[in-house]
Design a protein. Structure first.
Lengths: 284, 284
């Protein structure tokens, strides 16, 4: 733990970033909730390719969790996270308290309409307000030149891009590819909730999405037929319950009936209490 | 019209501000809806005391007008505005189209809760979302070091300060004192709507607020008695209809019953279809 700086206040981050900027450096930012896996670390690598100094935030943002969701049990692996980040080449970890981000009297929220109404937004009604607001706050503190978000949270990526464009935040938002386990399961901090049997069966999600890509490469363009085929694959896992499975436009998140331009096939699946999401871009 | 730069796009403003900033200059910003009067110009003067270059925006923001409000008839005096701004020493006027601020697909809004629920916020339910959002966008475009808002719109000032603090926008928000006509009427672009008889009677608003200050200086601390005395003064104008008259905390906008710390006495009064607001800080 020699080379990585751990900061707990916005003021400290502001001072550090100002020094870096005065030295002509480009600032890269990777916001996370900790419990880091290869997916997060690939975002750090990507940021390193585009910026001179990388700040990673670790903040389990309470406002993006709904009632009954896993805020209290969200995995915390802080010491391991630090080691991984240092090894990945990050320069600074911003690890604020809840009161640092939301001081007494905090009253502002950022809402992105339209593209938050489908997919996860439909089932987690305040989630994206929490995400947009905390990212606006973090961008305000860090003032990065670039920020990297993973494509696994495809709707989140679209929301952040929309907010950054609309509010002229001046941050270049880059997308990191989904990183998968050997059996195809998309890496997620929440995979640690799975029992060994659930974990085994969870591979069907990715297999289902791959089946969709295969169908499209064979010429299929009909959203209903594509989704039905994916449902069939996922149904082979008795522990899987699909929450949603939808083909949407990757920018607007609006449902698509025929695949004439690239579409986002996005899915949320429960294994017991654990909710996993995954997606694939289907190119006709 | 030699010395003032008129810009219509965010990109042009960004380029100009970048040049100024690279030259080590501090940027001051005064957002307006045009139809400028001495109140606006005093904000420009104040900004000139704190910054090296002053940008004034003229943008009649549609999203802060409600149904049936005066968006369509809002006064437009652009050529005179330019002359006044040049004389006042402003360096740049940002005069964007609606599509420049809200391009196709714009979907983001900023909401400040709590302090938008009383006073104007109660009667203009979406007004402050429109104000907060457009100011966030304008701050994103201009990236000023300081911004100056008039105290006549006291609730707006509180909302902007809250948003700037919460979203870490890094803008120092300064307040300009209310500028009044010789008879005490607070300057407002909407005063031009008044008939000559309404205009004459409109002086009661300020006289009422002065009566409140007088009572407080005599030792009165009770909100109900203070407000009753103001109502009595305003009632002397037969064309005046009070929409609200309330003593609130100047930061939270929450109603105050006893004046133990400085309070904001804020009023909205209709003269015919014209709605005027005014306020005074009462110091016990």
């Amino acid at each position: 733990m020699k080379d990585i700086t751990i900061l707990r206040t916005a003021e400290q981050v502001g001072n550090l970033v100002n020094r870096w900027r005065q030295a002509g450096m480009r600032i890269g930012f990777v916001p996370t909730m900790g419990a880091l896996h290869q997916g997060h670390l690939s975002l750090v690598s990507q940021a390193l390719g585009e910026a001179d100094r990388i700040i990673v935030s670790i903040f389990v943002n309470p406002t993006q969790f709904g009632q009954g969701e896993d805020l209290e049990s969200y995995p915390n692996t802080f010491d391991e996270d630090l080691m991984k980040l240092e090894e990945a080449g990050a320069h600074c970890v911003f690890f604020p308290s809840v009161a640092e981000i939301y001081p007494d009297g905090f009253s502002t929220s950022v809402h992105v309409s339209g593209l938050t109404e489908t997919l996860c937004g439909k089932y987690r009604p305040e989630h994206f307000d929490g995400v947009a607001t905390v990212c606006a706050v973090l961008f305000g503190i860090v003032r990065p030149d670039i920020a990297v978000f993973g494509r696994k949270d495809a709707q989140q990526l679209a929301v952040i891009r929309r907010m950054v464009d609309d509010l002229r935040l001046g941050v270049l938002v880059l997308a990191g590819e989904i990183i998968r386990e050997p059996d195809g399961l998309a890496m997620s901090s929440r995979n640690s909730y799975l029992s060994s049997e659930q974990r085994k069966q969870a591979a069907v999600v990715c297999i289902g999405l791959s089946r969709a890509a295969e169908l499209v490469s064979e010429g299929e363009r009909d959203a209903v037929r594509i989704c039905d085929a994916v449902r069939e694959v996922i149904a082979e896992a008795p522990l899987a319950t699909i929450q949603y499975l939808e083909l949407v436009d990757p920018d607007t998140m609006k449902p698509v009936e025929k695949l004439n331009t690239p579409g986002l096939l996005a899915v949320a699946v429960y294994f017991g209490q654990t909710r996993l999401i995954d997606n694939v871009i289907l190119k006709p």
